[in-house]
Design a protein around this ligand. Structure first.
Ligand code: SF4
Ligand code: SF4
Length: 380
């Protein structure tokens, strides 16, 4: 393990990220107790914060790359320490020193060259919408629908974008897409410490949004939601951002969408970290599910603020997680324990992780993972 005493400039990066609150950390360890990693292995959040306080960074330590930026520690910290910002700063130093994990380097190279983490051709980005009733967004179009890289390229997640378009068309919403001009929102890049790359992606998107007259954006991914809403304003991009579950609740409550078909299923809703803990959106997804005739909504023992992370945030979706250490395996098990037939989700990373857990733990057939947009499409 290499221990590096960073230069004063590097120490400044950590201090700037942690601010005054970093100095007030009194090592109570509540962050460590809240961290889901401790369900599967030992992970000392408190120790990382201590290292940041004294300006020491162990760059070859796996720990700084484990954090899924779920926010559970931040929620519990009695001193308001911005733990995620500090971990992000540590990763930024790691990136500058070339200590980024290999898989992340590959994904970042794809983001740099083709604007998506999948390494797919930029000109194929809008293929998912071929043959659909979808126009290109232009000045005067009320909403931009931004599906995110995952539904644009991943075949399973693509069904979420298709369902969303069907539902928006049914409610006669005036919307368009950006097509091949879309870039990744950049969330993963920022969370793994690739700040310059994040800013380049964000600036390219902001420029496209502005040149197409975009003012309101509907998103499928809570990661895009968080990034557009909370991080683009810092780069001059100010847009109204709406997560699809918020919009569906509004459309249903206004009578523009009517769930009429019965769905006789026991459904448990998983709160994604970036919709729930990071942005306080807990009720709208539940109101949408409750509006579906026949559907019985049940809860996890830990939901809302206490929801277990799927493990995909903070760039973790692009890193290997050892068997036996996947939070998504635990969540799938919990869903089956509460008797759910369907786990409703509202995030593309949750969909990938939970589907993978069903497959790798031989639980296919015991539980279905469905995005809320897909469920709504089925009943209108
Ligand atoms: S919970 Fe906050 S104050 Fe307590 S050890 Fe963690 S960062 Fe420090
Ligand atoms: S953000 Fe989540 S995964 Fe990261 S240290 Fe905090 S509790 Fe652990």
């Amino acid at each position: 393990m290499t221990v590096i005493n960073p230069s004063p400039e590097v120490a400044d990066v950590i201090l700037e990220a942690g601010g005054e609150a970093l100095k007030s950390c009194y090592q109570c360890g509540l962050c460590t107790a809240a961290c889901p990693w401790n369900m599967v292995r030992s992970f000392l959040t408190r120790r990382l914060i201590h290292q940041a306080q004294i300006g020491l960074v162990e760059l070859e330590d796996e720990d700084i790359w484990l954090c899924a930026t779920c926010g559970a520690c931040v929620e519990r910290c009695p001193r308001g320490v911005e733990i995620i910002d500090i971990i992000r700063a540590l990763r930024r130093i790691g990136a500058e020193w070339g200590a980024t994990p290999k898989t992340i380097k590959t994904v970042m190279a794809s983001l740099r060259t083709v604007g998506n983490p999948w390494g797919e051709a930029k000109e194929k980005r809008a293929d998912w919408a071929k043959g659909l009733e979808v126009k290109t967004v232009a000045p005067g179009t009320e909403f931009l629908y931004f599906p995110c890289c995952t539904p644009a390229y991943d075949p399973r997640s693509r069904r979420v974008a298709l369902a969303t378009v069907a539902v928006l068309n049914k409610a006669r919403v005036d919307f368009g897409i950006l097509g091949n001009e879309e870039n990744c929102c950049g969330e993963s890049a920022r969370k793994v410490g690739e700040e310059e790359l994040f800013q380049n992606l964000a600036r390219a998107n902001i420029e496209s949004f502005v040149s197409h007259g975009v003012t309101k954006i509907i998103v499928s991914s809570p990661h895009c939601y968080h990034t557009f809403k909370k991080e683009y304003p810092g780069l001059g991009g100010n847009f109204e951002v709406i997560h699809i579950t918020q919009f569906l609740a509004e459309l249903i409550e206004a009578g523009r969408l009517k769930p009429v078909k019965s769905l006789e299923k026991r459904v448990v809703y998983h709160d994604p970290c970036y919709l729930g803990r990071h942005n306080g959106i807990y009720e709208e997804p539940r109101r949408v599910l409750e509006s579906i005739p026949g559907l019985e909504l049940v809860e996890f023992p830990d939901s809302r603020e206490d929801s277990l992370c799927c493990g995909g945030g903070g760039g973790r979706i692009w890193m290997e997680t050892r068997k036996g250490e996947r939070f998504s395996d635990i969540r799938v098990e919990q869903a089956i324990e509460v008797g759910a037939q369907v786990m409703a989700i509202s995030c593309p990373y949750c969909l990938l992780n939970f589907d993978d857990s069903l497959l790798t733990t031989d639980k296919e057939g015991l539980l279905e993972i469905r995005d809320i947009s897909e469920l709504v499409k089925e009943v209108i």
